[in-house]
Ligand binder design. Structure first.
Ligand SMILES: Nc1ncnc2c1ncn2[C@@H]1O[C@H](COP(=O)(O)OP(=O)(O)OP(=O)(O)O)[C@@H](O)[C@H]1O
Ligand SMILES: [Mg+2]
Length: 272
């Protein structure tokens, strides 16, 4: 009975006793283990990612945050040296066991990387390409969708007079928002963002943070960050990791004000 989880809970804990329980988790990760050759890089991960909330993955460099994010969109398949066991369920489907329709499955998981990677096309085509992937053929409708997505990421007014310019001509912060617009155009269920603001200046970072707050009404968001203040600002839930394991999970209030594990206590002291 771990289905009615309001907050991020470790499956197996008494989440069904939580009086606030309402929400079905968007992603349920159970007994996940990942080995790279013989190195154990994720150890027995059990985590639920609540729907329509922002979950922040936090932890020191090398603790496995990116690997966990990649597992959630099956990108780990691209690395033959990785051995994976356990389950990552989205609804009833275990994506680790799923071997058909992988591109379609990945489309449901919008991945935003640390460095923006616009396609070598115009600003317009970066988004229209994604709209067409969803089978939209009518030119007018494509243009409408492109505008809608650019508005959603607050970029429309900045680019509407230069839609045919190369995406490379945008600032890095604008490129990151363009990549987000492109990701949203394929209608993902979940947005997975790996240190999405680390290449950005403070103003652009704030824009991305504000967008995430807006977008969580419609999407489940998982953000990897090193920045404690960003985690405090953004997170509805925090997953603190260390050396391939999930050490503590909970609200930022709980984790940052009342850390329990020595690892998190040390991390908070070092990071403040
Ligand atoms: N394909 C791979 N082959 C070998 N080792 C890997 C592979 N992918 C990840 N690792 C190792 O697994 C560990 C976790 O890496 P990961 O990139 O997930 O960490 P991270 O928490 O994202 O770190 P950072 O904060 O520096 O980005 C590291 O020791 C890394 O070297
Ligand atoms: Mg990483």
């Amino acid at each position: 009975m771990e289905t009615n989880t309001a907050r991020l809970m470790m499956p197996g804990s008494n989440s069904h006793h939580n009086p606030n329980s309402q929400k079905e988790p968007a992603i349920r990760i159970n007994n996940l283990n990942v080995y790279a050759n013989h190195q154990h890089i994720l150890t027995n991960i059990n985590v639920n990612i609540p729907k329509n909330e922002i979950t922040v993955l936090l932890g020191p460099s090398g603790c496995g945050k990116t690997t966990l994010l990649k597992t959630m969109c099956k990108l780990t398949d691209l690395y033959p040296e990785l051995t994976i066991s356990g389950s990552v369920r989205i609804g009833e489907k275990d994506i680790l066991a799923e071997n058909s329709n992988i591109p379609l499955m990945r489309q449901k998981m919008g991945l935003l990387s640390q460095k923006p990677f616009p396609l070598p096309f115009s600003i317009y085509k970066n988004v229209s390409y994604a709209v067409k992937l969803k089978g939209v053929k009518d030119k007018g409708l494509i243009a409408w969708c492109v505008e809608k997505k650019l508005r959603e990421v607050g970029l429309w007014h900045e680019v509407k007079d230069r839609l045919n310019s190369s995406a490379d001509s945008l600032s890095i912060g604008q490129q990151q928002r363009l990549c987000l617009a492109r990701g949203l155009a394929v209608k993902p269920m979940v947005i997975l963002a790996d240190e999405p603001t680390s290449a950005l200046d403070p103003t652009s970072s704030k824009k991305i943070e504000n967008l995430f707050r807006e977008l969580k009404k419609h999407y489940t968001i998982v953000v990897v960050t090193h920045i404690l203040r960003q985690a405090r600002r953004l997170a509805d839930n925090v997953v603190f990791m260390s050396e391939g394991q999930v050490i503590e999970t909970g609200t930022p209030g709980k984790l940052f004000n009342h850390p329990e594990s020595p690892q998190l206590k040390e991390y908070l002291v070092d990071g403040s």
